[in-house]
Design a protein around this ligand. Sequence first.
Ligand code: XIL
Length: 372
Amino acid sequence: MSRAVILHARRACRDLLSGARGAAGCLAIAGALAACGADSATTPPPPPPPPSSDTFALRILADARGKRVGAAGDAGFRLTGSDGNQFRSVLAREYNLLTPENDMKFDHVHPAQGTFRYTGADSLVAFAEANNMKVRGHTLVWHQQLPSWLTNGTWTQNDVSLMLQDHIKQVVEHFKGHVVAWDVVNEALNDDGTLRSSFWSNYLGRGYIETAFTAAHLADPDAVLFYNDYNIEGVNQKSDSVYAMVQALKLRGVPIGGIGMQGHFQVNGVPSTLQQNMERFAALGLKVEITELDIRVSLPSTSASLNAQADDYRKVFQACLNVNACDAIITWGFTDRFSWVPSVFSGWGDALPFDAAYVHKPAYTAIYSLLK
Ligand code: XIL
């Protein structure tokens, strides 16, 4: 580890400690920093890290690289007892960015017409702030997880346009100053690049995308506003279409600030054009983030498949390190104990850097070794 990285990491941990609340995780980090005090320019590089608690956490290493490393969470977050404690302490120790996995979605925050409920999301935001983590808002406009009062109602086009704008205004204003970035529009396109048929597009056509970004910017001009989607990580028909769309939006002055590439991969499925694709979006003046990374393997996993998975994690993090505009990578969860993968991709799982017992997997070690 270079001296600069160590110094930066020390400073980052001091900040974390003076933020006071990271407690348990930071104590481990503080121990590691004390150990690091013995380091000198002549000391040979340390042996491969984890799994143990006397190492730097990912967030300290990522910070030293000018990147954020995040995780999605809500399952597990509110558990009581040791499982909940473990979930929260690993989350706070390792990550400096938090995305609510479900708690900010339309059906969660807007369960009845005119009724907004923020209890779940507020508790996640409070947890993040207590642990010196930033929050990514997810997601304002999506075709899934919409409440039935909305999808089953009878509306005019104008009603839907006003409801879309009002929803965005209410939610973004509620979290203003607490959320650094929003996935404003999620998954608006089909794999062939055409507009997805959805509640929003069926009423409003393509124009809902621009309306949504404009409303979000009005509500919080400081938040970075993202278009987020899957299967747009490599150069392909769908990412070409997203590219054309956001280029046109930018030309018209629509306040879009970033592209979220979800990154739900199958092992050995990281596209070879990932970095090239990031670079072309970056050249439009956009941030690029990997927003929902997980890399599933066929179950039961084997040491070979988990090593292949680690290589894939390394490829994704390397691409992000190589592109300045890539300022964050967020995994969709962090422990195999709580992951959407097995319920959606039957026969697949073990997609995250920690196993179901919160033990580091080769994927974690690969990320760690790359960042350090
Ligand atoms: C998923 C959550 O992980 C699940 O808990 C929920 O049941 C369904 O949604 N793309 C997205 C995320 O943008 O919001 C989805 O999250 C996963 C796919």
